[in-house]
Design a protein around this ligand. Sequence first.
Ligand code: DO4
Ligand code: MG
Length: 285
Amino acid sequence: MKLCRYLHQHQIRIGLVGERGRLRDLSGAGLKNLTQLLEDQNPLHQLRSLASESLDELHIGDVRVLAPVEKQEVWAVGVTYLRSKTARMEESDFSASAYDKVYDAPRPELFFKSMPEKVVGLGDKVGIRRDAKWNVPEPELALVLNSRGEIVGYTIGNDMSSRDIEGENLLYLPQAKIYDRSCALGPYIEIAASEEEARSWKIEIQISRGEGNVVFCGDTSIGRIKRTFRELAEYLFRSQTFPHGAVLLTGTGVVPGDDFTLQPGDVIRIDVDGIGSLENSVVIV
Ligand code: DO4
Ligand code: MG
């Protein structure tokens, strides 16, 4: 079941997305925010019960879809796919052994990505830094976790990154990863899927330039992520509380060739089988 956070008639509402863009307004059944549902002891049961009520119906094309995040911090894990490890070892002489080691180490790489209010949603612009020369999107599955560290759902994430800054020195990672418009999430949260099902999904990316020329496309299977989702969530919640829950990006497995960099105006589209499509155009920040 797909949940959506959207703006309609100047109000933020929560809706259930159905076939052919059908959107049912859950606010009418008393659901005022996402967190209320994510924190429920049995979100799926709660959602089914809300969905059985008679609800106003809209079309997704008539509303503004917002990033599916409220007060949740966004974190990310890195080097969870072999492709990510090799790409990073190639971009950096200086830090190559760090990437090599973390791929096999028991403790994963975890880093802070974004405050919720800085996340951009479907149709918003994502940023490339004005002081970076080599910029890429990172298409990633994102885990939606409640305050108990339970995986309640999945959404799509784009971990925008500056590879030249990251490659110059590992200590520059926060500057390569955290800046205005560097994190996109959306469009929906898929609530019902198990980890096994999510691991069977494909994640695809397409980057278009100018009159729709495709300048890069690629895909991978979510099942290639080296670590289990439970393990990733468990490390995030070790010695740290998230009173409103958190969103955790699970790493990228699709990296364009070394001669590719994003340009302003490029359109990035990320598709995940079980969730939908997240599309954003690029702007310099
Ligand atoms: O250490 C660099 C970041 C890794 C990352 O973001 C990824 O693998 O997706
Ligand atoms: Mg990443």
